[in-house]
Design a protein around this ligand. Structure first.
Ligand code: HPA
Ligand SMILES: [Zn+2]
Length: 336
């Protein structure tokens, strides 16, 4: 329990950096494997959890792509998404802008429509039954080619109205944002918001490319931007949201100690940083556990925690009037 657990629990929050396939808990994975009669390398929960010991991004990604292999039907994608929504309702997450990785499914023969329809059905239900609003962000795998990205973009045309934006994730080093310049230009013309993972393991130059060459609307992670004072200035001037993921940083050894997290400095420097869970089933915590861990590690004040929650709405793709409603709800919670 953190010193500010009660405040953290009471604050409404938006989650802006969440890979839905990274919310796939081993219990559900084993149940779906059985339902679909698929062998998985884990026989027990303990075995699964023991495999979740990573020393870098690639080690995680290998297990992450393996885990999602059991997902085959619309029902599977629905069940995974619904489980996430039910879980974060408890953390007072009221809005989520979620990534999904279609190429990780189409590559193994699962049609795009199966993936999208399953997730969308759960999101619709989440709004009706849990009051959680949501947006979907279609992410490109950066270890694949720009041409593969264009194939996905074409394949997804019938569902474009359901996506607010596109993302860029998977193995960062060696796959800079500029590798996808033409693809993101096309996505921008189509009206998509652009969210790029940059500066998680990759150098500050990747954040610079995402921001200045691609025109990213949001930077996912962005930790290593803090190595470049000129870049910090750009992030401050543009108020580009940075979606930080504390427990992810720790699990993937981006940081060896959360005390070295840039979040407090970013707040003090006036950057628009917020806290997120990234892949909660793999990194040991959902939204509030991420808030608690970063609060304790950096000794954040109540005002700083409130600022993080405010930033999660300000940095979202909600309309200004929707943002204002959420921000006034935060005011109401802290006054009461
Ligand atoms: O944190 C991440 N980084 C890159 N790719 C990912 N795919 C899922 N999570 C991540
Ligand atoms: Zn991520």
């Amino acid at each position: 329990m953190s010193a500010h657990s009660d405040l953290i629990a009471r604050l409404p929050k938006a989650e802006l950096h969440l890979h839905i396939e990274g919310s796939f808990e081993p219990e559900l994975m084993m149940a779906i494997a059985e339902r679909n009669r698929i062998d998985i390398p884990f026989k027990t929960l303990e075995e699964a959890k023991a495999a979740y010991d990573f020393s870098n991004l690639q080690e995680f990604l290998d297990i992450y792509y393996q885990g999602m292999n059991v997902l085959r039907t619309e029902q599977d994608f629905h069940d995974m998404t619904w489980a996430y929504l039910e879980r974060v309702r408890q953390d007072n997450v009221v809005h989520v802008e979620m990534f999904f990785d279609p190429q990780a499914h189409t590559e193994r023969g699962v049609p795009f429509g199966v993936v999208a329809e399953g997730i969308l059905a759960a999101l619709k239900r989440g709004e009706a039954e849990l009051g959680i609003t949501s947006e979907l962000i279609m992410s490109f795998l950066r270890h694949l080619s720009e041409g593969d990205g264009f194939v996905l973009l074409d394949e997804s045309i019938p569902w474009h109205e359901h996506f607010i934006g596109v993302g860029l994730d998977s193995s960062e080093v060696g796959h800079p944002p500029l590798k996808f310049k033409g693809l993101f230009e096309r996505c921008r013309e189509l009206g998509f918001k652009l969210c790029l993972h940059a500066g998680e393991e990759g150098p500050p130059e990747y954040v610079r490319e995402a921001l200045l060459d691609i025109g990213a609307d949001r930077i996912d992670h962005g930790n290593r931007a803090m190595e470049d004072p000129a870049l910090i200035q750009v992030l401050r001037d543009t108020q580009t949201p940075l979606t930080n993921c504390p427990l992810s940083n720790l699990s993937l050894c981006v940081l060896d100690d959360l005390k070295k997290s840039p979040v407090k400095t970013q707040l003090e420097e006036g950057l628009l940083v917020c806290v997120n869970s990234d892949d909660p089933a793999y990194f040991g915590g959902y939204m509030n556990q991420n808030y608690e861990a970063i609060t304790d590690a950096l000794d954040l004040s109540a005002d700083q925690i409130i600022q993080l929650a405010r930033n999660s709405f300000t940095g979202s793709f909600l309309s200004q009037s929707q943002k204002d409603l959420h921000l006034s709800e935060i005011d109401r919670v802290i006054a009461g």
